[in-house]
Design a protein around this ligand. Structure first.
Ligand SMILES: [Zn+2]
Length: 270
């Protein structure tokens, strides 16, 4: 697909149709921008790899099967969604959220990122959570990590990982919070597995810190926040059984964000 421009200063990542994620160097001049993009223009007789073509064949077969089962399947789906669950999981391709939970399209609202992190200044996660809580009125929020998580593993390594540094710092902070427990685990694999669990637990706490979650819970007694870990060696989900009520009670000494007028009015009516 061509070579990157060499006279530049910054790296960018480009998703190419044939070969996945590639690294480019961002050019300094407009002319060089054009030269870079020319190198990425598909050739006249370029054909997609068979695996890419297969996706559309699979899609047509799936749509045909769904329509054969229920002629109104897509018409019903297009009317809207009423999921009871918000799932916050890792981007790892091996964790198929709906499939492992036995849920159908429309039953799970999903947000995924590297190592299932909920960061207070991540507008992407915050928007997904607020929309799920305030508009979809989900009953449960699930933070689901998985053993063998590459993001958690990377956060255990003493290495400069560039753009990943600030993201993985969230997980290094989890290690710092629980270093006494983690450092007492001699076996590295066990320590890794425990950090996966503690990361889920702390990301649950971060969800509970959010005003929209606290306010909706006071008014409606939902959503409930859960922490799970997926074990891909067995295919089974493990419920960490975090004590949502206790965590909420404890953190509100510091993170009580429930003084909105509408919440006060609703509390007085109850
Ligand atoms: Zn992962």
């Amino acid at each position: 697909m061509g070579t990157p421009c060499r006279d530049a200063g910054r790296f960018v990542f480009v998703l190419t149709a044939s070969s996945g994620l590639r690294t480019l160097i961002l050019p300094r001049t407009a002319n060089n921008i054009y030269s870079v993009f020319r190198t990425f223009t598909p050739q006249k007789h370029y054909t997609m790899p068979q695996s890419y073509q297969d996706i559309f064949q699979n899609n047509r077969r799936w749509a045909d099967e769904k329509t054969a089962e229920n002629a109104e399947y897509f018409a019903e789906m297009a009317k809207g969604q009423t999921p009871e669950y918000l799932y916050i999981g890792c981007s790892d391709s091996r964790v198929a959220a709906e499939e492992m939970m036995g849920l159908k399209p429309g039953e799970l609202f999903v947000h995924r990122n590297v190592a299932n992190v909920v960061n207070g200044i991540d507008m992407n996660a915050a928007s997904a959570i607020q929309y799920a809580v305030e508009n979809l009125r989900v009953k449960h929020i699930i933070v689901c990590g998985h053993y063998g998580c590459g993001g958690v593993k990377a956060a255990m390594e003493p290495a400069d990982l560039g753009l990943l540094n600030p993201w993985l710092r969230n997980i290094r902070d989890v290690y710092r919070l629980h270093h006494a427990e983690l450092d007492a685990i001699a076996d590295e694999q066990e320590r890794y597995d425990r950090l996966v669990e503690l990361n889920v637990q702390e990301q649950c706490v971060n969800v509970i810190k959010m005003a929209c979650v606290q306010e909706r819970y006071i008014v409606d007694e939902f959503p409930i926040v859960h922490g799970w870990v997926f074990d891909m060696k067995t295919g089974l989900l493990k419920d960490l059984e975090i004590d949502f009520e206790q965590i909420l009670h404890d953190i509100q000494k510091i993170y009580d964000l429930t003084n909105s007028t509408w919440v006060m009015c609703r509390k007085q009516q109850q």
